[in-house]
Every structure is written in C-alpha cells, then in structure tokens.
Design a protein around this ligand. Structure first.
Ligand code: ADP
Ligand code: MG
Length: 579
C-alpha cells in the first residue's frame, strides 16, 4: 500500500495531463458503449418505419451523431497515445534523475557491496516497466472497468437471463486466462534466466578469448555454451507449448461465447423474450467487453512487474548515504594542510576486525609522509579516511585542527588531490579530462598543468592535440600517459593536500622515473602522503610510517629507520636486491 502511495506521488507534476488522459479514456469507453445502443435503436425504431423519408432523416441524424463521436474518438485516442506515453516517459525520467542524483550521493561503502553494472541494467529495465505501468495502468483499468460494468448494466436492462448466461461463460473464460497467465509468467521468467545464462557464458568466453585460445580450449567452451543453449531452447519450447494452449484456448472460448449467444438468443427469440435487435446488441457487446477483460488479465502481470521494479527503485533511493553532511557542516575555508589522526580506529562494514586501530598521527602542513608496509596493511584505507570516503569507527581525523565530520564533503575534497594506480579517464577530449581538475580553468592553465605533468609534448604530437578523444572508445594511451594526464588534472586542481597511492606501481621503470619527476614537482609546497611499493621513491620523505596489520610498526626518517635495522630496513633491502 505504501508502495502504491509512493508511486502516485510521481503523478503529481502531471496532474493535468493525467486527468485529461482519464477524461479521454472515459470518452472513448462511452463511445464504444453507445454504438450497439444506436444500432438497436435503428433496428427497433427506425428501419421498421413505413415512411422512407423518415427513415432517411433518422439515418442521417444518427449517422451524424456517430461521425461526431468518431471524430471525438480520434482526438481522444490521439491524446492518450501521445500525451499518455509522454507522461509515462516524463515520470520515468524524473525517477531516473532522482536515482542518479541519489547514486551520486551514496558512499563508497555502498559501492563495495553492490555490483554497479548489474544494478544499472536492472534499473533500466525496471524503469521501463514502471513507465509502462504509469501510463497504461490507470488508463487500462479505468477503460476496462467502465466498459465491463457498462456492458453488463446495459445488457441486464435488455434481458437479465441472457446476461447471466454471458457472465457464466465469461467467468469460465476468465478462470482459464488467469490460470494460463500465471503459468506463462513463470515460464517467461525461466526463459529470461536461461538467456541470461547463455549471455554470461558467451561473455565469459569472449572476455577470456585470449586464454581460451592460448590453451586451445575452444571445444570445452563450445560444450559449456551448447549446454546453456540447449537449456534455453528447451524452456523456450516449453513456453510456446503453454502459449499455444493459452491463445488457442482463449480463441476457442471466445467462439463458444458467440455460439452460445446465438443459440440461447435464438431460443429466447422463439419464446418471445427478446427480439432480433436485442440479439444483435448482444453480439456487438461481446466484442466491446472481451477486449477489456483480456486487458485486465494482462494488467495483473504489468502491475506486478511495474511494482516490483518500483520497489527496487525505492530500495535504492531510500538507502541512506553512510556519510552525509551534517546540517550545520561548514566549508573548510583556507587550508594549510595540517593532518591529525586522533585515536582513529576503522573497520569496513560487516567486518569484525579493525583495519586500523587506535592510530595517533600528526602530519604537519607541507610535509611529505610516506606510508610503507606489506600489502593489505591498511595504507589505502588510511588514505581514504582523509577525504572521508569512509567514516572512522572511532576517533577523529582533523585537518588544520578541524574535525572533518563538521566540514562539508565537497569543500573537504576540493582541498585534496589524489593520484591512484588505476586512472579513470572519461569519454571526451584530453582537454576535458584535464579540466576535470578545475572545470573553470582556461586553455592556458590546462597547458601549464600538462607541461608540469610532462605530458604536453606528447599531447602536441597527437594529430588532434588537446582535442584528441580518450576514454573507452578513444585513442589508446599507455599506462604512463594516462597517469600523466591524471597528474595534470591534480596540478590544475592545485590542492593543498596530496595523496599518491601507488601512483607509479603499474608502470615500467622507464615511465616510473619520468613520472616520479612530475610527482616530486607536484608535491612541492603541499602536505603529501605517498604510498609506493618501490622504496627508492620515498627515501626523501620527511617521515616514513611502516604500517602493518598490527598498526604502526616503525616511524622516522629513512636514515634513522635503516639504522634501526627493523622491518623498514628489511623491506628496503629486499627491494634493493630485486631492483
Ligand atoms: P594496502 O593498501 O596496505 O594494501 P588496504 O587498505 O587496501 O591495504 O587493505 C587493508 C585491509 O582492508 C585488507 O585486509 C583488505 O582486504 C581490507 N579491505 C580493503 N578495502 C576493503 C573494502 N572496500 N571492504 C572491505 N575490506 C576491505
Ligand atoms: Mg593499497
């Protein structure tokens, strides 16, 4: 019930359209219901007249009435088809917008749990079902109910016994339809699942085509595919068997209904309980009301599909972002870049064990701190607490002495630049991708940033220069080139705090050296946290923190730590040997 109430809310902006739509539906139903009555009038009162001129006069009058009605029907049908659908589409787009806005608000912890690709495709289908329901739902129910009730009301006035017989046959037919409708729904769901399985097999095999070929395992993949494909054709055939019974059965019942009408009607005529005109009316009305009955049967499915979709939609938009600005959150203002962790503990949602426990760290403004340690020690986690991608479980993170919980997220993140191992470039030009760091930047500033990131010369060597298209279907860039575009982005953003999370670890030695220079340049005058697996790149840090699962194992400058001959020295030597 609550779901339906929520659903109705989305009609609000389109109240006018909705009522016009319903008005048109009402008019159309009325017109359909009137036709047999006019025919009856003609047969009973007009065609039996003795005066030919009178007959012609009546025919012209009724003909004009009908023509008028049909012209009206034309406009109503036009309105319903165009504006009814447009209303559905607008509601769909409203929901999509709300959804997108909400998805942007949700925190990282949400995306850790959810498969976004699946979510998006699911919601695309859902929204289509919702939009269909939004438009056809009320209109179909309204038209169908009026037509069915109207038909039976009119028929009962003509002959109640005959009408009861009609109702009896209709009830049998309805039971049949509902039964098969449910069966079809189940088998359609199975169909969808099977085709999804075939698609998954195909995707997997094609995604790993290099592996398949290098192991010469095409035959094995074919076997897997065939099994899925066979299962698909089996359920598909099953569904056609049911569909066959449903459609032919429906047709049969419909014909029986006509047959019963003329037989019983004939019987009533011989007994003088009704006349030919009445029988004609019955036959005409069968058509008027069978269609709505079918629509109502189908509606149950449409309703269920639409509502399930809508519930899924609601469950997403009702998910509260784990991290939200406090009502009195303030912008951070001018940032010096002093970072403090005060008794910080952190664990990921649903995980019992803390990744970070009781950390107390102070990073003075403008200093460079290196985080080193074994993989899984919590370095990335540590860094993601500073822009508040995750909420600390205990303790506080302070920037320039201000608890970041009381600062607006957008101003906080404006103050922090992050360069990661994987670079994401958006579909668009190189220029647009760099400008992502500061959408207001002019061409000159963008070029400057690219120069500082050592990527300007390369960009200029491309035929289309800064307008070269990158991203999914754009020009192929090497890991190092992408990384330098990402660095240019951060140069342009010019944040007081910088986080470099294994920014060079995906690169070969040559590119790494190249990028290291840009990074050194970038970190000048900023508070910098650097995570690197190549220890040579962090020797120059003001302080080194060795982070392990147990917490901070060691901290100090390179020389001091080497002299200590502890974990850091061990890690360093190991690196040095392999390098
Ligand atoms: P590092 O960067 O030092 O390699 P991470 O901070 O990535 O370490 O990971 C620290 C620990 O937290 C690991 O045990 C890892 O499995 C876990 N972890 C990392 N990210 C998540 C996440 N999004 N959800 C749950 N656990 C995570
Ligand atoms: Mg990491």
């Amino acid at each position: 019930m609550d779901t339906i109430k929520q659903f109705i809310k989305y009609y609000k902006p389109y109240r006018k359209m909705f009522f016009y739509d319903m008005g048109c539906a009402l008019t159309l139903s009325g017109i359909d219901l009137t036709f047999p009555l006019l025919v009856r009038f003609l047969m009973n009162e007009v065609y039996v007249l003795n005066d030919t001129n009178e007959i012609i006069k009546f025919i012209l009058i009724i003909g004009s009435i009908l023509l008028g009605m049909y012209i009206l029907a034309f406009f109503c049908q036009y309105y319903i088809t165009t504006w009814g659908h447009i209303m559905g589409a607008r509601m769909e787009s409203d929901m999509r917008k709300e959804l997108f806005g909400h998805l942007e608000k949700l925190s990282f912890s949400y995306y850790d749990e959810v498969n976004t690709g699946k979510l998006m495709s699911c919601i695309t289908n859902d929204l289509f079902d919702i939009s269909e329901l939004a438009h056809h739902g009320p209109e179909d129910i309204f038209i169908s109910c009026i037509k069915i009730v109207g038909t039976f009301a009119i028929l009962s006035m003509i002959n109640i016994k005959m009408t009861l017989i009609l109702i009896f046959f209709t009830a049998i037919m309805l039971a049949f339809s509902l039964y098969y409708n449910r069966k079809m729904k189940a088998v359609f769901a199975k169909n969808r699942q099977k085709i999804a399985e075939v698609n998954a097999i195909t995707q997997d095999a094609l995604g790993g085509i290099r592996v398949v070929k290098s192991f010469a395992n095409e035959a094995i993949e074919m076997q897997k595919f065939e099994a899925g494909n066979e299962a698909f054709v089996k359920t598909k055939s099953e569904s056609y068997l049911i569909m066959g019974k449903y459609f032919s059965g429906n047709g049969f019942f419909k014909n029986i209904l006509y047959l019963a009408t003329i037989l019983v009607g004939g019987l009533f005529i011989t007994r003088g309980e009704m006349n030919l005109a009445d029988l004609t009316v019955y036959i005409l009305y069968i058509n008027t009301y069978l269609n709505p009955v079918e629509k109502l049967v189908n509606f149950t499915e449409q309703f269920q599909k639409g509502m399930t979709g809508f519930e899924r939609f609601l469950s997403v938009v009702r998910t509260k972002p784990e991290i939200d600005d406090e009502p009195d959150a303030q912008p951070i203002g001018e940032v010096k870049g002093d970072i403090t962790f005060e008794n910080v503990s952190f664990s990921y949602a649903d995980e019992e064990k803390n990744v970070l426990s009781n950390m107390n760290i102070h990073i003075p403004a403008g200093k460079t701190v290196a985080l080193v340690g074994p993989s899984g020690g919590g370095k990335t986690t540590f860094c993601s607490l500073i822009p508040r991608f995750y909420e600390v479980s205990e303790g506080k993170v302070l920037i320039d002495g201000k608890d970041i919980k009381h600062i607006t997220q957008s101003s906080l993140r404006d103050a922090i630049g992050i360069v990661q191992q994987d670079v994401y470039l958006f579909g668009g030009s190189i220029k647009q991708n760099i400008a992502y760091g500061d959408p207001k930047a002019g061409d000159e500033a963008i070029t400057q940033a690219a120069k500082k990131a050592n990527i300007h010369d390369f960009i200029m060597s491309l035929p289309e220069g800064y307008d070269t298209f990158v991203g999914e279907r754009g020009v192929r860039l090497s890991g190092g080139q992408k990384q330098r575009i990402a660095i240019a982005r951060v140069f342009l953003k010019n944040p007081p705090i910088l986080i470099l999370d294994e920014a060079t670890s995906a690169l070969d030695n040559e590119s790494e050296r190249y990028i290291q220079r840009s990074l050194d340049e970038l970190s000048k005058g900023r508070t910098t946290l650097v995570i690197a697996h190549r220890l040579s790149t962090i020797r120059n840090a003001d302080e080194i923190l060795v982070l392990t699962k147990a917490g901070i194992a060691e901290k100090g400058a390179h020389e001091a730590l080497m002299n200590e001959n502890g974990l850091y020295a061990q890690l360093y030597n190991m690196q040095f040997e392999t390098a």
